[in-house]
Design a protein around this ligand. Sequence first.
Ligand SMILES: [Zn+2]
Ligand SMILES: [Zn+2]
Length: 245
Amino acid sequence: MTKNEIINLVETTFINYGIKTVSATDVNKSAYVPNIRQKEIFEYFEINPMDRRQDIQIKELFTNRILTMSYYAILREGANRPPEPRMGLQDLISYLSIGDEILFAHDNKNIFIYNLSIITDYEIEEHIYTQIDFDTLEEKARNTDPRPQQVQQTIYTYSRNNTLKNYVKRRSDYSCEMPSCNYQGFQKENGERYIEIHHVIPLSERGEDSINNTVALCPNCHRALHYASNRQELREILLNYLSHL
Ligand SMILES: [Zn+2]
Ligand SMILES: [Zn+2]
C-alpha cells in the first residue's frame, strides 16, 4: 500500500487529519511542533497546552501500540510571539527522524499517529476499519453519496463505498443479517469472520448505495437472494429488517 493510498483511506474514514514533515529543529530540540491542522485535532478533544502540560495517549495506526507524549506550550524568543505548543517525551521523539512525514488523525474517541515514512506490509485497510470508533464509521457511512458510482477507476482508491461495506460488516458483527439465519461461517486469515455484502434493491434497479439498502449476508443467503425462486419474498424480508434498524 502506498503513502497516497493510506492518506486517501484516512481521508475517507477519519473525522480529520494533519500531516507534517519532521524538521531539524523538531529533532534537535527533542520537541515536535505540530502544524495548524494537527493542533485542531487536540482542540477537538479540548486538550489545551496553554493551560498546563498535558500527558496524552495516542494510538499508533495499524499496530495498536499506545504512545505517550506530553503536550505543552513554551515561550519563544523575541518579543510579541505567543507561546508555541510542542510535543515531547521519549515515545514520540524516538519515533521521529528528520524528513519523516507524521500523520495525526482522529475519530470520535481517539487520536491516532502514523509515521508515513514507514510503509509496512500490513493489511492496512482491514486494520483501519477495525480500529476506528464505530460511531465515526457509522457517521461516515451514513454520509456516503447514495448515487451508485459508475466511473471506471484506473487508479486504485479507497472509496467511501468501502467505508459503507465495512460499516455494514461491523453493524452485523460479521454475521448474516437475514432474520432466522444461523450462519457460523469461517474465519479468514486476518481473524475476521467471512461475510458478504449485498444491495437489497440492486443498483441496476436504481437501488441506493447506502446503509439503508445494504446488508451483510452469508454466502448461502446471498446466492438465494440472487437466484432462488422466492427471491422476491426474501428481498421483502430484508427490506422489512432494514426498516426496523
Ligand atoms: Zn448480492
Ligand atoms: Zn444467511
